[in-house]
Design a binder for this molecule. Structure first.
Ligand code: GDP
Ligand code: MG
Length: 177
């Protein structure tokens, strides 16, 4: 990642959005640093983290943006969305309300972002099966209706986080190539 001799072929900006507490910062920590913390504090001062990976023998730098406590309605500024090629729209499978708010986040995203943006609906905290309030079927149906990719993840268990980002980054890669 920090190797300056590494040539970067592409930089793709991907934004994380969704209600506070759904696990956006931990999803990013898992993807960027393979790290997780149970008592995560909001990331102050850090706008994005990067990870460079290979897609079809090209070096792709993923620049993943995280909100820092701006999750209130319309508090995320247009600068956040500017230039984003991908978006992770995150809810918490144990909190119905965070899924109910997804339509609103999607509307805001579509109002600000490029029309070709690649969007992944992410149902996080899939490790908490006993507390589940959002069925996989409901989310699948919503994603199909809206034309979104969809995966359930667990930042805690490191489940599907890598796949979610790789799916979005590969789709962006295919669009620009
Ligand atoms: P954010 O506000 O969307 O950035 O959410 P955070 O990443 O700060 O996570 C909020 C809380 O949920 C923290 O206590 C995390 O440790 C916890 N959390 C995040 N992801 C998971 C997960 O996949 N499973 C479980 N059980 N807890 C998680
Ligand atoms: Mg956060």
């Amino acid at each position: 990642n920090a190797d300056p001799s590494q040539k970067v072929d592409y930089v793709f900006k991907v934004v994380l959005i969704g209600d506070s507490g759904v696990g956006k910062s931990q999803i990013l920590a898992r993807f960027a640093r393979n790290d997780f913390s149970l008592d995560s504090k909001s990331t102050i001062g850090v706008e994005f983290q990067t990870r460079t990976l290979l897609i079809e023998h090209k070096s792709v730098k993923a620049q993943i943006w995280d909100t820092a406590g701006q999750e209130r309605y319309r508090a995320v500024t247009s600068a956040y969305y500017r230039g984003a090629a991908g978006a992770m729209l995150v809810y918490d499978v144990t909190k119905r309300q965070t899924f109910n708010h997804i339509a609103r986040w999607l509307e805001e995203l579509r109002g600000h972002a490029d029309k070709n943006i690649v969007i992944m609906l992410v149902g996080n905290k899939s490790d908490l099966e006993k507390q589940r309030e959002v069925s996989t079927e409901d989310a699948t149906e919503f994603a199909q209706k809206e034309g979104l990719f969809f995966l359930e993840t667990s930042a805690l268990a490191a489940k599907n986080v890598e796949t979610a980002f790789l799916t979005v980054l590969t789709e962006i890669f295919n669009i620009v190539n």
